[in-house]
Ligand binder design. Structure first.
Ligand code: ADP
Ligand code: MG
Length: 197
């Protein structure tokens, strides 16, 4: 009989060395990080080698873990630049990236390279910023991905599905790293774009 999949040595565990890019995109509180962690955990259960990265700018909750608003967590590596991902991804079968909107534009090429090398790349990030504009490299990642999942939150004004992130403070900085009291998920009909700075 065949040796069970999870008992085979890592070198023999690859089903097929064909990679792909999956993007999980949506507003704040829409469950992007939860979904990323869910997919990565399943890979870990199958004893695939998983590496998770997040940009240095996101210092919420934990320095060395990716943590969802619902306190799901998974160990991760913090990197300053997308090129650092390549240096740590060699041995991995599956690559997870959270808060991808904060990465430099090189993240697109990095994800493509990893997928072309046969790795499964799963990327989560905000599709839109607080002004309702496409956020950093996310539109490009969504374009090159094989799979795009749009997640939605619950609109805090209407209870409808929420696709927009309402900033509740008057700051015009693009990056005000999120806490629950500064942002709210909103349906497009209840979203109020900020006044131009
Ligand atoms: P994201 O990474 O998209 O910001 P998370 O995965 O970190 O989202 O958190 C999702 C969790 O946030 C939900 O399971 C829920 O517990 C919580 N949450 C807080 N506010 C909302 C909201 N308005 N709609 C849905 N979930 C919310
Ligand atoms: Mg998140």
């Amino acid at each position: 009989m065949n040796t069970p999949f999870t008992e085979r040595p890592a070198t023999e565990r690859h089903v097929l060395p064909y990679g792909s890019i999956e993007v999980i995109a949506g507003c704040m509180f829409s469950g992007k990080t939860e979904e990323l962690i869910r997919r990565l955990r399943r890979s870990q259960i199958a004893k695939q080698r998983v590496e998770i990265f997040k940009p240095v700018i996101d210092d919420r909750y934990s320095a060395t873990e990716v943590v969802s608003h619902s306190q799901h967590r998974i160990a991760s590596r913090i990197v300053k630049h997308s090129s650092e991902i390549l240096a740590h991804a060699n041995e991995a079968d599956v690559i997870g990236v959270d808060e991808a909107q904060f990465f430099d534009e090189g993240i697109v090429e990095v994800c493509e390279k990893l997928a072309n090398e046969g790795k499964r790349v799963i990327v989560a990030g905000l599709d839109l910023d607080y002004r309702g504009k496409p956020f950093g490299p996310m539109p490009y990642l969504m374009a090159v991905a094989e799979y795009v999942t749009k997640t939605m939150a619950v609109c805090m004004q209407s209870g409808l599905p929420a696709s927009r992130t309402q900033r509740l403070t008057a700051s015009h900085e693009l990056v005000v790293v999120g806490h629950t009291d500064q942002y709210e998920a909103r349906h497009r009909a209840f979203y109020e774009p900020p006044e131009e700075a």
